[in-house]
Every structure is written in C-alpha cells, then in structure tokens.
Design a binder for this molecule. Structure first.
Ligand code: UDP
Length: 408
C-alpha cells in the first residue's frame, strides 16, 4: 500500500514524481534523525509524519530521542528561551549538565549512520562523536528564531554547530554567519494526518460536546503548549477586549511535551488569569489528541496565534489549511504563513489582536476570504511533500562540495 499515492490528489502527480526521482538518488541511505521528544511540539509532530514517507521513498530513516530527565530539560528550556532572545538565568553547572547528558547519549545512538540529522540544540553536543565515524555527514536543523539570541548561550553552542556539514533554518532572518552550507527549509503540516484531514461535521460537533464546549457563540481558539512565549495570557487580555462589544467564547488548548517542563506552571498562571469566566475553556489535552485539535480548529470562528517569539508555528498552517481566518503575531516564521490582509491578519499587540479578532467576527465574508486564501497558500508552500523534497535535496547536496546539485 502506498502512502505517497494518497497525496497525489492534493498536490498533483508531478510533485510525487519529483519526490520519487530525488529519492532514487538516495536509495538505502541511512539517516538517523535525533530530537528531544517523541510527543508534544512541532518537531515531534513533523518527524512522526515524515519518517514513514522517507521509508516508503526507499531511504533507511530511523528516529531516536535524547534521554535527558527533568533537570536536563529544565536547562534546555532555558537555552531555548535564551536563543529566542529572552532573558534566562543560566549558571555554569547548567552548561556542564548539558555536556554530560550529551556524552551519556553518545553511546546509546547509532552515530555511524551515513547522515545524522540533529534537531534543535538539545542533542547538539552529539556531534563531538563524529570523529569516530568520519564518513558520516551531519546536519543541524534549527527550529528556533535565532535572529536575536542571547550571546552567552549562542557562544556556548556555536563551536558545536561549526562541526556540522550543514545548518538548516526555517526563515532567512534566523541564518547566522557561519562557514558551512546553510539551507532554508520551512516546516510543514501533513494534510492527511488525523490533525489535518477533513472531518465530518457530526464528528466536529461530537468532539466539542465531549470537550464541553457549547456551540452557541463564535469560538476563538489558540492551540499551543502552555508556554509563556505563546502568550496565552495576552490571548485572554485580547479576548476580554473583544468581549466588551462582541459575544464569543475563548478556548485555549494545550498539551504536555516531555522536553518542556514549564507547562504546569504556565497553566496555573493562565488559570488565574482566566478566573471564573464561564466563556473561557482551558484544555490540557493528552498527547495524540489530534482529532480533538482538528475539530477545535475547524469549529473556530477565528484561530489566534499570539506568540511573542516563534520558530514557525505549525498551528498557523494547521488552521489555514482548514480555511480558518487567523490572527497571529508578526514574529519569527509566522509572516511566512500569514500575509497580512491576504491569508490572515498580522498583529503586534494585545490591542491589535483584539481589533483583528473583532474585525473578523463582525465580518464573516472577509474572514472566509482570508481563510480560503490561506488554504491555497499552505497548499503551495507548507505541505509535507514540499518539505520532503527540500530534505532530499539537502541530503543530495551533502555529496557535493560546491553549490552545484546534479539531478537526474
Ligand atoms: N499541539 C498538540 N497538542 C496541544 C498543543 C499543540 O498536538 O495540546 C500540536 C499543534 O497542533 C502543532 C504542534 O503541537 O502541531 C505545535 O507546533 P508549533 O510549531 O505550533 O509550536 P511548538 O510547540 O513547536 O513551539
């Protein structure tokens, strides 16, 4: 049974033929993807969907995750925030723990594979082992907005990054001055996953009933881990301004990720900010709540992504693919997805978000127009098939020392 054939109807047969042609040059290529969690957050979302398609294309792709423990992930979350340009108190022993956990993982992973594809900073120090297997090629995939990193963390990580053969970023503004090959690859969503596939209206209604969300008023939703950089409290403030003139419900849906230890603390801050407003629904969804998230996004009159920093924000493409009107902050990779007043509304503040949400709730035909444009924009740029092609090209390019890539 072909998984890829199912994508033809959505992206056309030439896209699938291109993937097969590129993959023909990489038959049997051994790739090890390494990330820091199997569930929760955008990286896990993508790798879960991508790995079986690589296999079908004939590459020998495996995916392994760092074993870290709570104290390691507390440190890496601080690194994450600092790389996004946020202040983070980092002590010397945190750097040491980071190195120590990297060394402990080196012996557990198959670092002798032909391509080692490291996602984000958590597993970055594994590159120290590359001397043991000189034939392997190493790629660092950065999903973070690196445009304004705090220097202490960046300077600590940079010598490791310099040991890679290539670095991959989501947006041109994130690219750092470095001598190795630098590649731009935007993330993507899988249109056939449970999170994004079409859902019948009865199923959407049933999910909302199960989640105890009445469908009497328009629903405004943000789906995100409970993370301060996603600004859930800013979303509540914007909703309160909207509510002065327009009746609506607010849903904030989030879930845990093993590499994000701050979720519980942020959720309690959000609970406090929400108070006892009966029109606000906070949901802590278990992992794999894909159909629930799909239904929530489809049932929303407006989907919000009010991030303060964002590498890409898969939730934006997820909503656009469902032709939902989106109000999102003009940060990081979001403007790649939302072209202001074409495929959504970009905002810069709580006031701006409130104004944009009101505008869309009051003008459903404009909202519908933005959502429809958004869907086509995602079809053209942010579906998994384009992402696979970009990675196949990146793998092929590792065999060339110049920028010339020779195709069939
Ligand atoms: N997500 C989820 N459950 C949740 C919250 C988020 O499955 O409770 C998913 C969301 O649908 C998206 C991914 O996690 O696919 C988040 O990716 P994004 O790039 O938006 O943000 P990240 O968490 O990687 O910062």
């Amino acid at each position: 049974m072909s998984l890829l054939a199912d994508y033809e109807a959505l992206v056309g047969s030439s896209t699938i033929a291109e993937l097969r042609a590129l993959a023909g040059r990489l038959a049997g290529k051994q790739v090890l993807m390494i990330s820091s969690t199997r569930a929760g957050g955008g990286v896990a979302e993508i790798l879960n969907r991508m790995a079986p398609l690589f296999q079908e294309l004939g590459l020998d792709v495996r995916w392994d995750v760092m074993e870290g423990g709570l104290s390691f992930f507390k440190v890496t979350k601080k690194f994450h925030n600092a790389l996004h340009g946020q202040r983070a108190a980092i002590r010397q022993e945190m750097f040491e723990l980071f190195l120590q956990v990297g060394r402990a993982n080196m012996h557990k992973m198959a670092l002798d594979r032909e391509i080692i594809f490291v996602h984000d900073p958590q597993p970055i120090t594994l590159v120290e082992a590359r001397g043991r297997h000189p034939a392997s090629r190493w790629i660092w995939r950065c999903h973070i907005d690196l445009s304004r990193p705090k220097q202490r963390v960046w300077e600590f990580l940079r010598p490791f990054i310099l040991k890679f053969d290539a670095a991959v970023y989501s947006h041109p503004a994130f690219v750092q001055q470095m001598p190795m090959r630098q590649v731009l690859v935007a993330p993507s969503i899988d249109p056939l996953s449970d999170k994004n596939r079409e859902l019948p209206m009865e199923e959407i209604r049933a999910v909302l009933a199960r989640l105890e969300i009445p469908q009497d008023l328009p629903i405004v939703t943000q789906v995100s881990r409970f993370d301060r950089l996603k600004d859930p409290i800013g979303v509540i403030e914007a909703y309160r301004k909207v509510r002065r003139t327009v009746k609506c419900r607010l849903v904030l849906a989030g879930g845990p990720a093993t590499d994000d230890p701050e979720g519980e603390a942020v959720l309690s801050e959000v609970r406090e900010a929400a108070g006892n407003d009966p029109l606000i629904r906070l949901l802590m969804l278990p992992p794999n709540s894909d159909v629930e998230i799909n239904a929530l996004q489809r049932a929303s009159a407006v989907v919000v992504q009010k991030s303060l920093r964002e590498g890409f924000g898969l939730t934006v493409s997820e909503a656009l693919w469902k032709a939902r009107p989106v109000v999102a902050s003009a940060v990081g990779g979001i403007p790649l997805q939302v072209k202001h007043r074409y495929s959504g509304l970009l905002v810069h503040s709580v006031e701006g978000a409130a104004f944009a949400i009101k505008q869309l709730l009051n003008n459903p035909s404009y909202a519908k127009h933005l959502g429809e444009n958004g869907k086509e924009h995602v079809r053209g740029h942010f579906l998994l098939t384009r992402h696979l092609a970009d990675y196949l090209l990146t793998f092929i390019s590792l065999d060339y020392t110049t920028d010339t890539i020779v195709l069939n």
